[in-house]
Design a protein around this ligand. Structure first.
Ligand SMILES: Cc1cc2nc3c(=O)[nH]c(=O)nc-3n(C[C@H](O)[C@H](O)[C@H](O)COP(=O)(O)O)c2cc1C
Length: 401
C-alpha cells in the first residue's frame, strides 16, 4: 500500500525508510535506519526527482502509481547518480516508455557505466542554468560538483521556491512517519545524525560545499528537499548555519573531546584523570571516547563539532595504536582543520606515539598542538600526572582565549 506525504498541493514525497540496513555504504552503522527521499511533481507534465535504493523498490513504485493517479511519468530528473538514489531508473524506463531521463553529461555517462540500458532517444542533457517547464512549475538546474560526487546537481523549483538538494542537507535516520523538520526536535534528536552524515560523507569537500552555498544564496529558497532525512520548511537559517560551520571546518562548540586508545587501561586512566581535572577547572562540555569501541564515524562527527581535542595513544611497534592511527588517517582524508589538540602518549620502553601523532596532525591544515605533550611510562606517576596538569592548564587557557 502506498505511503506518501504531500510537500505542497502538487509535490509529493514518494520515498521510504530502510530500518534493516546495518551499515550505510557497508561502512557506517545506522542504528536509526535511513530514509531515501524522492519527489513527484504533478503539473501539466509529471516529473520525478531522483529515485530510491533497491531495498525500497516495491514501496516506491506503489507510491508513484498512487500519486500519478492514472497519469504517465514524463520526466525523471537524476540529480545524483549514486546507486542508493538511482536503483530504479531502469525499472521506470520499462514502465514508462515515454519518460525522458534528465541529467548532465556526467550523469548520463555514469548511467551508462553502471547499467546496460538503451538510452538512445530517452535522455535530455542539461547544462548549468537550464530550465525545465512543467506547467505552473519550472525547474532550474545548478551544478554542485563534489557535493558528494562530480555529477551532482540540484534543482530549484521557482514557483514554490523549493530546492531539491541531492545529498546536501541530508541525514541518517529513518523517517518515523514525520517528513518535515518542524515535526521533530531536530537539535535534540537529529543533529548528531545529520552531522555524522555530513562529516563522514561530504566532509572532505568543504570548499565545494562553500561554492554551492554561495551559488544558491542568490535564490529565494523556502523549502529544502534533501535525498535523506527531514525536509526543511522552517528555520532554514539553522541548517544553513550548521553547513557553514561544517564546510569551513569551524567548530560549533567550544568544548573538549578526549579520545584514547588503550590495551591495559593506563592511557585510559590518564585521560580520565585529565577529564576530571578539566571538570574541576570549570570546563563544562567534556566528552570522552574509547577509539576501539566507538565507531570512527562518531569520532569524526565529534571532531567536526568540537573546538578542542585530546588524543591519547600507547606506543605500538614504535608507532601509533591502530584504532588511533585509523582515526588520524580518517581526519586527514576528511580535511579536518582548525582544531586545538592536546596529546598524551604512553610507552613502556620507548614512548614515541606523541611524536608520530604530531607528525600526522602537522600534515593537516591549521592544527594547533598544545604543550606539553604528556608522556606516561606504562602507568601514571607523579611526574606524568604533573604534565597532565600542565596540559589541563594549556587547554583551559586556550578555551578561555
Ligand atoms: C604489540 C605491542 C607493541 C608495543 N610497542 C611498544 C613500543 O614500540 N614502544 C613502547 O615504548 N611500548 C610499546 N608497547 C607497550 C605499550 O605501549 C605500553 O605497555 C603502554 O603502557 C600500554 O598502555 P595501555 O595501558 O593504555 O594499554 C607495545 C605493546 C604492545 C602490546
Amino acid at each position: 500500500m502506498y505511503c506518501t506525504r504531500k510537500i505542497t498541493d502538487n509535490i509529493t514525497w514518494v520515498g521510504g525508510s530502510d530500518r534493516r540496513l546495518a551499515l550505510f555504504e557497508n561502512l557506517f552503522p545506522i542504528s536509526r535506519g535511513v530514509a531515501y527521499n524522492s519527489y513527484l511533481i504533478a503539473d501539466e507534465k509529471t516529473a520525478l526527482v531522483d529515485t530510491v535504493d533497491s531495498s525500497l523498490s516495491r514501496q516506491f513504485l506503489e507510491n508513484i502509481y498512487h500519486t500519478l493517479d492514472g497519469r504517465s511519468l514524463d520526466y525523471l530528473i537524476v540529480n545524483h547518480m549514486e546507486p542508493d538514489h538511482c536503483a530504479n531508473i531502469e525499472e521506470l524506463m520499462f514502465r514508462f516508455p515515454e519518460m525522458k531521463v534528465i541529467g548532465n553529461a556526467k550523469t548520463l555517462n555514469f548511467i551508462r557505466q553502471f547499467y546496460d540500458m538503451e538510452l538512445e532517444g530517452r535522455t535530455i542533457t542539461v547544462k548549468e542554468g537550464d530550465k525545465l517547464e512543467l506547467g505552473r512549475h519550472t525547474l532550474n538546474f545548478f551544478f554542485a560538483p563534489m557535493v558528494h560526487w562530480p555529477e551532482v546537481m540540484v534543482s530549484y523549483e521557482e514557483t514554490e521556491k523549493i530546492l531539491f538538494a541531492a545529498d546536501a542537507f541530508g541525514s541518517f535516520g529513518a523517517l518515523d512517519g514525520i517528513l518535515f523538520n518542524d515535526e521533530v526536535n531536530f537539535d535534540r534528536d537529529w543533529l548528531d545524525d545529520a552531522r555524522r552524515y555530513y562529516s563522514n560523507i561530504v566532509g572532505k569537500y568543504g570548499s565545494q560545499v562553500q561554492a554551492a552555498l554561495k551559488k544558491l544564496s542568490a535564490l529565494d529558497i523556502q523549502t529544502i528537499c534533501p535525498l535523506h532525512g527531514p525536509v526543511w520548511r522552517t528555520d532554514l537559517a539553522y541548517i544553513l548555519d550548521k553547513y557553514n560551520h561544517w564546510s569551513t571546518y569551524e567548530p560549533e562548540d567550544k568544548s573538549v573531546v578526549l579520545i584514547y586508545g588503550s590495551m591495559y587501561g593506563d592511557t585510559e586512566n590518564a585521560v580520565n584523570v585529565l577529564a576530571a581535572q578539566l571538570a574541576e577547572a570549570g570546563v563544562k562540555n567534556i566528552r570522552v571516547y574509547d577509539a576501539s569501541s566507538t565507531h570512527v564515524s562518531v569520532l569524526i562527527s565529534e571532531i567536526f563539532r568540537s573546538s578542542h581535542l585530546v588524543l591519547a595513544s600507547p606506543t605500538y611497534n614504535a608507532g601509533i595504536y591502530p584504532a588511533m592511527l585509523n582515526l588520524l588517517h580518517d581526519m586527514a582524508a576528511l580535511n579536518i582543520q582548525n582544531r586545538t589538540v592536546g596529546l598524551i602518549e604512553n610507552g613502556t620502553w620507548a614512548p614515541s606515539a606523541g611524536k608520530s601523532m604530531r607528525t600526522l596532525l602537522e600534515g593537516m591544515k591549521n592544527m594547533t598542538i598544545l604543550e606539553p605533550v604528556a608522556t606516561v611510562k606504562s602507568a601514571l606517576k607523579k611526574d606524568s600526572r604533573d604534565s597532565l596538569s600542565q596540559l589541563k592548564d594549556a587547554l583551559v587557557a586556550s578555551l578561555n582565549s
